[in-house]
Design a binder for this molecule. Structure first.
Ligand code: DON
Length: 561
């Protein structure tokens, strides 16, 4: 009888916990998980961990498997950022962002009259920044990895040789880019050819490049045969990257941007990404408002978030750039009094106009197409990494001799103060071009702690919409009790100060919400727009199990054990 009562108690406690906690809707795994843009890459990362590797070994494998399976954004010819939290609570970040070549100049994308030449920073060989990805994965492996590099690269090389199945979305993407790819690379280049869903594309040249890197290490890419082949190719095309540029490239360990939002501790990327600072500013500006009572995606909640976004992106445009080149008032920008004061011009009756918002006044005395994946391992280590070629297939320049695309990241610089880049972002002196400088990014790989414990790993591609997509995903879980998968699926909106428009995911919001917002003076972008973010995330459930959130907007997939 006693036993029966105890059992009843346990059951009723269990039921209560079930009623109050959220039902997961994404893939559940007990120990370890990878969520990335392609199932092949997620599975390779998981295999590495099953074989005893940690999240950092899995990061190397996943990053390079994406270069094989997702050439749209995965890369050897681009760069990225990684945020980590070790099982012991230690945190850090790695910056493997591209750099401007030594021969780059401030006015390199301007004509004689000083006007920006359309397309020069996106569609010419001058758009290419010095790639950071190989330096990045080797830096991670050296500091935090546990398995031999050869063992990590083996399944990636095998994937390149075996080939990757074309998905329906990939077929559509290749169709829409084919003309451009043929124009630049000719019709014999591997991705210029016509592929249908379920065809298999093999990448033998990329497999050879990876095999040489596996044998000779990091310097193969920056000083060896691969470097020589790459520089010869770039020179022939008219790019300005030299052997010296490659030899001088270093990935950099940087302190993360860390801040609190209610009971969460959020760890994100520092400059040269604007992600962490903007995320911190927006979270701090919205913290005083009762978003959960206002309701998910209600007009009032949208207003509060949009007004905070407007102000944060105005600061981004003025203050942020590469910390090795510009002094930035980072502490002042994250100061609670400053941010409260910044929101004081907002009330719920009426939209603030972006033309009335400039960068804030802060004290200067202080020293001043992309893909994301999240990994948690069986030891409790977590990583969040976003990597990019910038546009889809980057500059579209594909080095056939090496088997990869080159980025067009130079467009992330501000070619001219106040003139928007391909994401409509405007910049200033802080983000002007200089030799060896890193261009400002919006990539926001982020890790969230709750009650001192690992809670979430999250991030997204999407250019300027990355920051607001990460923000909404965290809010969906923290304020609205969504499961990880629901939080990723939920419709999103975006505002970036200029242009002064709220962009909504098409056909997902209530027209009544639009009417309310319009009545208050908000301008709404009603045109069909590209997707807002494509979030891949992992949530640690109260039981300790992991729930994946893989974005249905792409072919993204969670895998785990
Ligand atoms: O670093 C940045 O902010 C951009 N180069 C990211 C580009 C991107 O997310 C494109 N993906 N949709």
């Amino acid at each position: 009888m006693k036993k029966f009562i105890v059992l009843l108690c346990i059951l009723s406690i269990g039921c209560k916990a079930q009623n109050t906690s959220v039902q997961p809707t994404g893939l559940i795994a007990n120990k370890a998980m990878v969520v990335s843009a392609r199932e092949e890459a997620s599975k390779i990362g998981v295999e590495i961990m099953k074989n005893g590797g940690n999240a950092f070994d899995a990061m190397v494998a996943t990053e390079l498997a994406l270069a094989v399976a997702y050439p749209y954004a995965g890369n050897l010819g681009g760069g990225g950022f990684m945020v980590y939290r070790k099982a012991n609570g230690e945190t850090g970040t790695l910056d493997y962002r591209e750099k401007a070549p030594l021969a780059a100049t401030k006015d390199m994308f301007l004509d004689k009259e000083g006007n920006v030449i359309a397309g020069k920073s996106t569609k010419t060989p001058l758009a290419i920044g010095i790639p950071g990805t190989i330096a990045g994965v080797f830096a991670v492996h050296k500091k935090l990895g546990s398995l031999p590099m050869k063992e990590i690269l083996k399944p990636v090389i095998e994937l390149a040789e075996r080939g990757v199945i074309v998905t329906q979305k990939q077929e559509e993407r290749l169709n829409s880019y084919r003309e451009e790819l043929i124009k630049i690379n000719g019709s014999n280049s591997v991705l210029s050819k016509v592929y249908k869903e379920n065809d298999i594309i093999k990448y033998p040249t990329l497999a050879n490049t990876l095999r040489r890197i596996s044998k000779n290490g990091r310097d193969e890419f920056y000083k060896g045969e691969t470097a020589k082949t790459l520089v010869a190719y770039l020179k022939e095309k008219g790019a300005i990257i030299t052997m010296e540029d490659l030899a001088k490239y270093e990935a950099k360990w940087r302190d993360p941007i860390t801040f609190k939002y209610k009971d969460l501790n959020i760890i994100s990327m520092a400059p040269p990404s604007s992600g962490g600072i903007c995320l911190a500013q927006i979270f701090k500006m919205i913290e005083p408002y009762d978003l959960s009572n206002m309701g998910h995606n209600s007009a009032a909640a949208i207003q509060v978030i949009v007004e905070a976004e407007r102000r944060a992106y105005a600061d981004r445009s003025f203050f942020l750039g590469d910390p090795d080149f510009v002094k930035m008032p980072l502490k002042a920008l994250m100061d609670e009094t400053y941010l409260k004061q910044r929101m004081s011009s907002f009330n719920l009756d009426k939209a603030t106009l972006s033309s009335d918002i400039k960068e804030g006044k802060v004290n200067y005395n202080e020293s001043m197409e992309t893909t994301h994946y999240s990994i948690i391992d069986q030891f409790g280590n977590a990583i969040s990494a976003t990597t990019t070629l910038n546009a889809g297939y980057g500059s579209k320049y594909y080095c056939d001799a090496l088997g990869f695309f080159l980025n067009n990241e130079m467009d992330d610089f501000s070619a001219k103060a106040g003139v928007p880049n391909m994401f409509g972002l405007v910049g200033n002196e802080a983000n002007s071009i200089a030799p060896e400088k890193r261009m400002l990014s919006s990539m926001t790989p982020t890790i969230v702690e709750k009650n001192g414990k690992l809670f979430m790993s999250v991030g997204s591609p999407g250019g300027s919409t990355i920051i607001t997509s990460v923000l909404q995903t965290i809010l969906n879980v923290a304020e609205y009790n969504f499961s990880m998968q629901q939080a990723v699926n939920a419709p999103r909106f975006h505002h970036q100060w200029l242009p002064d428009l709220i962009t909504f995911e098409p056909n997902t919001f209530d027209t009544k919400t639009f009417e309310t917002l319009k009545g208050k003076g908000y301008l709404i972008n009603e045109k069909t727009t590209p997707v807002i973010g494509k979030v891949d995330a992992i949530l640690v459930l109260p039981s300790g199990a992991l729930e994946g959130g893989a974005d249905f907007r792409g072919d993204d997939k969670a895998a785990g054990f």
